[in-house]
Write a protein that binds this ligand. Sequence first.
Ligand code: SF4
Length: 439
Amino acid sequence: MKVFFKTYGCQMNIRDSEIMEELLVRSGHEIVRNLSSADVVVINTCAVRGKSENKAYSLIGRLKKRGLRVGVTGCVAEIALKDLKRRGADFVLGTRALTSIVDAIEGKVDFDMSDHLSDIKEIVTASNISGTYESVTMRTSKRHAWVNIIAGCNKFCTYCVVPYTRGREVSRPMANVIEEVKLLADSGYNQVTFLGQNVDSYGKDLKDETSLAELLRRVYKFENIERFWFLTSYPSDITDELIEVVAERPRISRNFHLPAQSGSNTILNRMNRQYTREEYIELIRKIRSKVEGATIGGDIIVGFPGESDEDFEQTLSLVKEVKYVRLNIAPYSPRQRTVASRLYSDDVPTAVKKKRMATLSKVQHAILLEMNEKLIGKSVNIIVEGKKDGKSYGRTIDNRMVFFEGDVPEGENVKVKIQHATAGPIYGELLGRVLKFVK
Ligand code: SF4
């Protein structure tokens, strides 16, 4: 069968889609990149925000009108079974049932397959994190690989549905991760991003020497990997050991993505975030003092229940103080099953949320522009990740997006002289290719 995938949400979802595509190809099905040639469409959904959930619903409606068979996988499949059936989905696969995708596509099981776990052992998924992964065939990129190291989350932030859709933390054995990185290095990959809802929890459930810091130490021997990244971190779980490992190893990204979510201790407490504003700022001070050239990324939720003007001012001042190199700002939307949706009323009016988002974005844009302009005239090392609007682009090791004129294949290391900066991408002139950044 010809199968088209539409993926919403985070990098873990992108990786899940790659895994499902791989299983289908192994079973003789074809993955198509053009919707018009598909027999079946799989929508791999995200439930973190109401907006992405609604996008999936509206896509189901449009596809059903065209008479297509539609399957839904991912986080929405875990929380909205009845809704999905009512909207016409033909099958639903929860986050722990991805390995059943072949049976689902072939129509061998009932509509709801959330509990239908196949016994495929040689693949890593949220339900089978200790599986081994032995192929690179269906990875979207041939040079940059996403590698799952931990699934689920134990934090239970009051606004977040992830612990309900992805379950509790389960770490993947370090030996299997190292084996996969070796395979990737031998297959020509030069960037690896370790993934987890909370990568800093990696290994806690294994009760051995496994940790993110130890993993980075061990995989660093693969010299073909020019850059190691890790996503997403939980601020209070970042250890001194991890900071040290990053500081001492120039092929590990200098960017720490540390979602603050709010700058107000009152709101952090209501969100069940396990740190205070002061502790968060102290962590960033420590990272910056130890890791040369470190940059910080972050996420902020605006309009959490009970967020007063004063709370918002605290967030604004945090953003000014931290100076994020990337910042995702989202309005609060209540998510089913979460503590916040049960305990608190969504009492910040939409207009106030919008106004706060606009204020925050304006401040962040000014900060980013100033930070990016400091790069003008400097040369930076980037690994090319693709082409857009006729320009090649890639990221610096501190996670800034750089565009330049020139047709350079994905995965090549290049030096670019920065000429122009915006509050988003940075533009430069190609100086030349580089064999290895770090000798
Ligand atoms: S740390 Fe909080 S926001 Fe992040 S996945 Fe876990 S519960 Fe959700």
